[in-house]
Design a protein around this ligand. Structure first.
Ligand code: SF4
Ligand code: SF4
Length: 86
């Protein structure tokens, strides 16, 4: 399945807690394995750099990651959707 939503990532508001990854894995696979998450937050502890990668093929658009993010670093982009295969 290809995600039909676009999720913006505000790196300056991301703490690197990875709750979004846990929520995604639990919602999609009923596991707490981060590898089961369609969203990946990479954290470089030494440089304190964070980045987000979203696997559009695995993302269902459920927005569990957006809902749980404590820093509001993940935001559904208003009015924009992607068609299947986009
Ligand atoms: S839940 Fe939000 S603050 Fe935590 S890692 Fe994910 S994007 Fe960053
Ligand atoms: S919208 Fe749902 S499926 Fe997509 S990354 Fe977020 S929690 Fe995972």
């Amino acid at each position: 399945m290809t995600s039909k939503v676009i999720i913006d990532y505000k790196v300056s508001q991301c703490t690197g807690c990875r709750l979004c990854m846990l929520a995604c894995a639990w919602t999609g696979s009923k596991t707490h394995r981060l590898s089961d998450s369609a969203i990946c937050i990479e954290v470089d502890e030494k440089l304190f750099r964070r980045s987000m990668i979203l696997d559009a093929e695995r993302c269902t658009g459920c927005l569990a990651c957006v809902s749980i993010c404590p820093g509001e670093a993940l935001v559904k982009r208003d009015g924009e959707t992607k068609g299947a295969g986009a």
